[in-house]
Every structure is written in C-alpha cells, then in structure tokens.
Ligand binder design. Structure first.
Ligand code: ZN
Length: 158
C-alpha cells in the first residue's frame, strides 16, 4: 500500500461514525432528520427518572442544533411548554400532541437539542441501549414537579 493510500485509510478510520434518521410526530405535521454520532445502534439513550422525562415520555438523544434538519419549517410549527427555570422549550406537535423533545436554546455553550427517540420513524425501542439518568435527585430543584408550578421567587412549589 502506498503511503498516501495508508494515510487516506487512516483518515477514514479516524472519522467518527454517524447515522442519520428521519423523525417526526405521529400525524406528520412535524418532520425532521437527526444525525447522531455514534449511530443509534451504539448510542446510549438517556432514560431519566425526573418528573418531566416520566410525564413527557422522554428517551433522549442529544444532537447539536446543526445536526438537525427541520423539514417544512417544522421547528416553527412546534408548540412548546416551559417549566421550572423556563429556559428551554419542551416541544410538541400542536395537532397530534406527540412529545418531540427539548430545545435547550441558550442553556449550554453549544446549541443542542434533546430529541425524543420515540419520534424516530421505524424505531425499535427494545433494541436501543440505555443509560439511566437520576434527574429526580440530581437536577435542581430535585423534586417531583409534576402537577405543580415552581415559583422562582419563593423557591418553592405552588
Ligand atoms: Zn402531529
């Protein structure tokens, strides 16, 4: 093998594997493509026990905003819900109610999303690898917020 060919081969090996997946809501009003690294077969999907993940049905993967292609202005079509610190959008389809994930907006240095793996078309949830998240105890305020509103001023649930 020539040294150029060897270098080229090395580059291919260095390149991280990715997978691109079509996703969306149940009724088809919202559609997008997500590119993940590593691909879904090797990805550790977050299964968190916090009240939001429990009630909103999240099984999350975390693509960068630049790794999502929204079809037909689908991001603008999303309805959103905010709670607790109200710094991120929990995204839903306004027509069928499908729970699509989280837009972290300015929460982190890089703009990332938490996309609900349930929104991937043709997904086999039983075939995914999961990592357990303990958001219920580790994400402040570490309480079950379901059925309550967190009052930022009083720092308590109302
Ligand atoms: Zn829908």
């Amino acid at each position: 093998m020539s040294s150029a060919a060897a270098a080229a081969e090395e580059k291919v090996e260095d390149r991280k594997e990715t997978g691109t997946y079509e996703a969306g809501c149940h009724c088809g009003y919202i559609k997008f493509a997500v590119t993940l690294s590593p691909p879904l077969s090797e990805y550790k999907v977050l299964e968190c026990n916090c009240s939001a993940c429990t009630h909103l049905g999240y099984l999350l993967v975390y693509p960068k905003a630049s790794d999502i292609v929204w079809h037909n202005d689908s991001r603008e079509r999303c309805a959103s819900y905010r709670f607790n610190t109200k710094q991120k959008d929990q995204m839903f389809c306004p027509k069928c109610g499908a729970s699509l994930g989280i837009d972290f907006l300015d929460v982190f240095k890089d703009h990332v999303y938490g996309i609900n793996a349930r929104s991937f078309y043709g997904i086999d949830l039983g075939a995914l690898n999961y990592r357990k998240g303990d958001g219920k105890n580790k994400v402040l305020p570490a309480q079950d917020l379901s059925g309550h509103i967190w009052d930022e001023e009083k720092q308590q649930l109302t």
